[in-house]
Design a binder for this molecule. Sequence first.
Ligand SMILES: Cc1cc2nc3c(=O)[nH]c(=O)nc-3n(C[C@H](O)[C@H](O)[C@H](O)COP(=O)(O)O)c2cc1C
Length: 185
Amino acid sequence: MKKSFILAMMAIIVASCTAKEPKVLITYFSASGTTKSLSQDLAKATGADLFEIEGAQPYTADDVNLGNREARAFKEMADKAMRPELKESPKNLKDYDVVYIGFPIWGNYAPNIIYTFIEQNDLKGKTVIIFSTSGSSDLTNSFNYIKQQYPDLNLVEGTTLKRNPTPEARQAVIEKLKQAIPAEK
Ligand SMILES: Cc1cc2nc3c(=O)[nH]c(=O)nc-3n(C[C@H](O)[C@H](O)[C@H](O)COP(=O)(O)O)c2cc1C
């Protein structure tokens, strides 16, 4: 009895010494600041690093003008094969175990630049948590499309922050996204 107790305690001590805190990176694309602000607050809540996904050609207010069907965002939404060029990729992605990818929902999907990001960065073997902000759309449609396009990735469906949230609703989104980080190994 005594011996088994000592062995159990030793096992716990060894496990706690070898437990590895996952290294977390929050990547996000944001055209008008909402996803950026959510990502910054999520970084504060998790202690994660931040990386902004930006276009080589920056997105202007005109590019995302919902009143202009000729705007860049509409052209990109109309052609799912279009891959807007990235300004840059994270230099130390290999160091991270968990990578969040956040974006505003456009036309019920992720903006195409998110597909560029996924295709140009090696995310295999990492936990990839998808999240979004939106007017009213849920994340599920965007998430399912990403899952279907990139079946080799270990994707986790986060959640979306909808327009004009109460402080409690915003905090609940941050908490849910924080909980999506897998437990230490
Ligand atoms: C081109 C475009 C398409 C959009 N499509 C949707 C949509 O399908 N569903 C939705 O709920 N919101 C939609 N929105 C609203 C954005 O998802 C929402 O305002 C988001 O929070 C903006 O994030 P950002 O400030 O980080 O760019 C769209 C906005 C733009 C500019």
